[in-house]
Ligand binder design. Sequence first.
Ligand SMILES: [Zn+2]
Length: 329
Amino acid sequence: MADYTDILGQENIIRYMKEAAKTGKLSHAYLLAGPDKSGKMMLANAFAKALQCREGDGVPCDHCRSCLQADNHTHPDIIYVTHEKSSGIRVDDIRKQVISKAPETPYAGPYKIFIIDEAEKMNDNAQNALLKTMEEPPSFVVILLLAENEESLLLTIRSRVMTLRLQPVSFSQIRDFLVKKNGVSEETAALAAVFSDGAVGQALSLAKSEDFQDLRETALRLVEEIRDWDTNDIIKAVKGFVDYKPVISEYFDLLTVWYRDVLMYKALQDPDRLIFRDKALRIVQQAKESSYHGIQVILKEIETTKRRIKANVNFELAMETLLMTIKEN
Ligand SMILES: [Zn+2]
């Protein structure tokens, strides 16, 4: 089922789409631009379904034959352009799946809709081929381009599409959605919301990811226990970090969220504002034990270590310095 009611945020785009489907005042080509897992395909699906629906009034009726076909991805006039993962979208893909089909009158619906996901993967030849169809499109053709990075599309393409940019969804909207609609715990929901940068799909997959939970546990163990560690414990921990090298940046972000929580509690004494809510007691305790200065030193050192590791300094040495700083502050 693809429907606007399933989409969080993006109110402006949805308002536009409803109006366009209702009045039939359409552009021949749209670019839905937004980060990975931010909801581009959900919007495209709902828009295509609404445009083809014969009973809805700007929104899909959800029960006509067209709507059912749209849900099953078997609608003959909603075409999802596919490509080989390895090669990107080539001119042949565009010729076979778009250019040759565009002139044919729709079989069932009023429109012939082409959905091109990962449009930035079209090479220049493919984009130029598509441009020809976009310059003189048959009246019933609607092309939906989905892209993370609109700059990678040729200017000639960008000047011929109507661009709809997805907006980041707010932290509290995502958190509440994860808790209420997906049964995620408050703390995991809050963390996933912070890490998603406002992309709902990203938050959802983080909340369900075991790797993310594992990383969270590891980070929590460190911040909760490090004050009691001796040098040997620290050396052992540093060796263990080698396994986390590919996700070390997320690990640092978790530490940052933790120490921001400590700082926030110290300043406002309001447990409701914590991200690590389940650990409120521990945070309250650390806020009492640490000075403002000490927490700021830690936060700064996390940033510095992140930079150092990106610049390829000795990984273990950088981690050891960080852990010592955390322990001592
Ligand atoms: Zn319908």
